[in-house]
Design a protein around this ligand. Structure first.
Ligand code: COA
Ligand code: AMP
Length: 635
């Protein structure tokens, strides 16, 4: 085991206060924290409780003051519009300080919530950092969600302002955002006072007088008046953002991220996990709507004084499977971070990796993968074709940064395919059986993290302390339940195998099958339903819905199936990739009435399965298998 990692982990174990206190020196504070951790505060303790800082100051002002003003901070590369732009740290600071003044003019103050519903454009990053600058709490909503998902987030956060754009660009399709935003506001009980809308040339949005304002006009007026706004010092425990993520019901969970601990954890990870130095180009090919985008497109690289790439495109089709290699070679990225699904998509189009040879990717040192299990096959392909180390690491929206990874900056550990390697300092990982007892090395169980969670992890859910406790802390007292199942081997390597709840991972996007079932069940002809995740060669998993229709429904079932597909797209959004649905006579159940989703999934994936002892009527499973075969669904 690398000495660097072993020493760092040991140093943290021996004295966590000291370890994180030293890590906090990488951050600029308006008031230094006297203690790193207060175990008596909050639900399981709070990090840097008396520290005062500002995330925007750390990401921009500090670097300009230190002489990094002319260095590129953000490279916007958009194959879908053909635009490439580079913004220096000084330019980003100017835009952000101006937009902060715009927000202040609209009444936004520290603690107010601002929803950012924007595609992958520089203005989205400007809006995030402007919120951070004024102490407002941003909540970025991914563009692929439907109006009702956006409405749920507007209501839960009670946002004062929404910052949006007229449209997003999907390959071959302009997605008009404004009608979705208007529909969301109509649905929401809470009405935001102001919407600031960036008009993109591909589609003009109608603006509602009095409520809606043109982004560029507000910026131009404020800049002409030479008005900017300064950083507002906030407590380290002040929320920087809320990021909603799928829970086990249709109601998303508002993961709260506090400011100081997050900055400290990100700064530590940029150096020790990703091994990125100031001035280097770090590219995370994700979306700012996800946690990976928050941490490693926006805050991490900028905090580190590095250059980040904002890529508005896909791994394939914009225009081809060489897109990633073009971006790396043009912008001299030293590391790429993406989801395994992107590599599966590239490999499908270009199995021999011929596109790689068309570009000079010599600057690339490491490929980082996360967001879903990295299947060993994809990992081996990436290693062989790129000739650089491929680092799988495991984390969640809740944690904000890696729970387990291979710390390149501390000296890489040997790679074991299928394992995201070892716990990062701060994470005391245990595998527990269902009664909460620690199991031995190599035994599958519930992966849990002994409390307290390290800096950067969520202190709670937005205005829902009890839900946080019930969802994350109650099942295994003294631990955070990751809801992932897996094992730790004799060398201390973590293996993450599956979720223990109804969450599925579709193209690296986290989705709740329970939420999809709620939508399916709302169709008037559906009596009951089950949604499961089935294996997909590119997306990892895709949802498949099984519907049982009400007695007496005489319509063609294919029409109902189409309507249910449309309903999920309308209520949850295209990101759900809900296209597979099948009407069946009955669902397999236990004698107590529990639907046997796990067995259905095994049948669909053509895996070995055992007849559950508690099954009510074994014949139903044969019916399901026959229906899947008939429709060519499954592996
Ligand atoms: N706005 C509007 N619609 C969006 C959207 C956005 N920001 N992002 C995706 N969608 C739509 C897509 O157009 C697609 O719609 P369709 O059903 O009409 O085709 C649907 O949502 C599903 O999108 P996606 O999951 O991106 O699938 P895809 O088939 O378009 O592309 C991949 C598949 C693998 C290429 C793509 O998912 C990808 O690049 N993934 C990278 C992984 C990633 O970013 N993970 C985040 C965590 S690291
Ligand atoms: P999200 O909150 O959207 O980032 O999704 C988090 C979930 O994705 C985790 O709980 C895991 O189930 C899964 N996940 C993320 N990274 C990995 C990984 N490296 N290996 C296995 N599963 C992962």
């Amino acid at each position: 085991m690398s000495k660097g990692y072993a020493e760092a982990y040991q140093a943290w174990r021996e004295d966590p206060q000291r370890f994180w206190g030293e890590a906090a020196l990488a951050i600029a504070w308006f008031q230094d924290p006297a203690v790193a951790f207060d175990g008596a505060a909050g639900i399981y303790g709070r990090w840097f409780p008396d520290g005062i800082t500002n995330a925007c100051y750390n990401c921009l002002d500090r670097h300009v003051i230190a002489g990094r003003g002319d260095q590129p901070a953000l490279i916007y590369d958009s194959p879908v519009t053909g635009v490439k732009q580079t913004f220096s740290y000084s330019e980003m600071l100017e835009s952000v300080a101006t937009f902060t003044a715009v927000l202040a003019d609209k009444g936004v103050a520290a603690g107010d919530r601002v929803i950012i519903y924007m595609p992958m454009i520089p203005e989205a990053v400007v809006a995030m950092l402007a919120c951070a600058r004024i102490g407002a709490i941003h909540s970025v909503v991914f563009g692929g969600f439907a109006a009702s998902e956006l409405a749920a987030r507007i209501d839960d956060s009670a946002a004062r302002v929404v910052v949006s754009a007229s449209c997003g660009l999907e390959p071959g399709r302009v997605v008009a955002y404004k009608p979705l935003l208007d529909a969301a506001i109509a649905l929401a009980r809470h009405k935001p006072e102001t919407c600031i809308v960036l008009q993109r040339p591909q589609c003009a949005a109608d603006l509602l007088p009095g409520r809606d304002f043109d982004f560029k006009t507000l910026i131009a007026e404020t800049a002409a008046a030479d008005r900017t706004a300064d950083c507002v010092p906030v407590a380290a425990t002040h929320p920087l953002y809320i990021l909603y993520t799928s829970g086990t019901t249709g109601q998303p969970k508002g993961v709260v991220r506090d400011t100081g601990g997050y900055l400290v954890a990100l700064a530590w990870s940029m150096r020790h996990l990703y091994d990125i130095r100031p001035g280097e180009v770090f590219w995370t090919a994700s979306d700012i709507g996800w946690v990976v985008g928050h941490s490693y497109i926006v805050y991490g690289p900028l905090l580190n004084g590095s250059t980040t790439i904002l890529y508005e495109g896909k791994p394939v089709g914009t225009p081809d499977a060489g897109a990633f290699w073009r971006v790396i070679s043009e912008h001299k990225a030293v590391a790429l971070f993406t989801a395994p699904t992107a590599f599966r998509a590239i490999r499908k189009e270009d199995p021999d990796g011929r596109e790689i040879d068309r570009y000079d990717v010599a600057t690339l040192r490491t490929l980082f993968l996360a967001g879903e299990r990295a299947d060993p096959d994809t990992l081996a392909w990436a290693e062989a074709k790129l000739g650089v180390p491929v680092v799988d690491h495991w984390w969640q929206t809740e944690t904000g940064w890696a729970i387990a990874g291979n710390p390149v900056g501390l000296g890489m550990l040997p790679v074991k395919h299928g394992s995201p390697t070892v716990p990062m300092p701060g994470y005391d990982i245990h595998v527990l059986d269902d009664t909460g007892h620690v199991v031995g090395a190599g035994t599958l169980g519930n992966i849990a993290v002994r409390l307290p969670l390290p800096p950067g992890c969520l202190p709670t859910f937005w205005k829902a302390d009890e839900r946080f406790h019930a969802a994350c802390l109650a099942e295994f007292p003294g631990y955070y339940r990751t809801a992932d199942a897996g094992y730790v081997d004799a060398d201390g390597y973590v293996f993450v195998m599956a979720r223990t709840d109804d969450i599925i991972n579709v193209a690296g996007h986290r989705l709740s099958t329970g939420a999809m079932e709620e939508v399916c069940a709302s169709h008037p002809d559906v009596a009951e339903c089950a949604v499961i995740g089935i294996a997909d060669p590119v997306k990892g998993q895709i949802p498949a819905g099984f519907l049982v229709l009400n007695n007496g429904v005489s319509r063609e079932s294919s029409g109902i199936e189409r309507e249910v597909v449309a309903l999920v797209r309308e209520r949850i959004g295209p990101v759900a990739a809900f296209k597979t649905v099948i009407c069946v006579k009955r669902l397999p159940k236990t004698r107590s009435g529990k639907i046997l989703r796990g067995t259905m999934q095994k049948i669909a994936d053509r895996q070995d399965w055992k007849m559950p002892a508690t099954i009510d009527d074994p014949a139903v499973l044969d019916e399901i298998a026959a229906a899947l075969l008939d429709r060519h669904i499954g592996a």
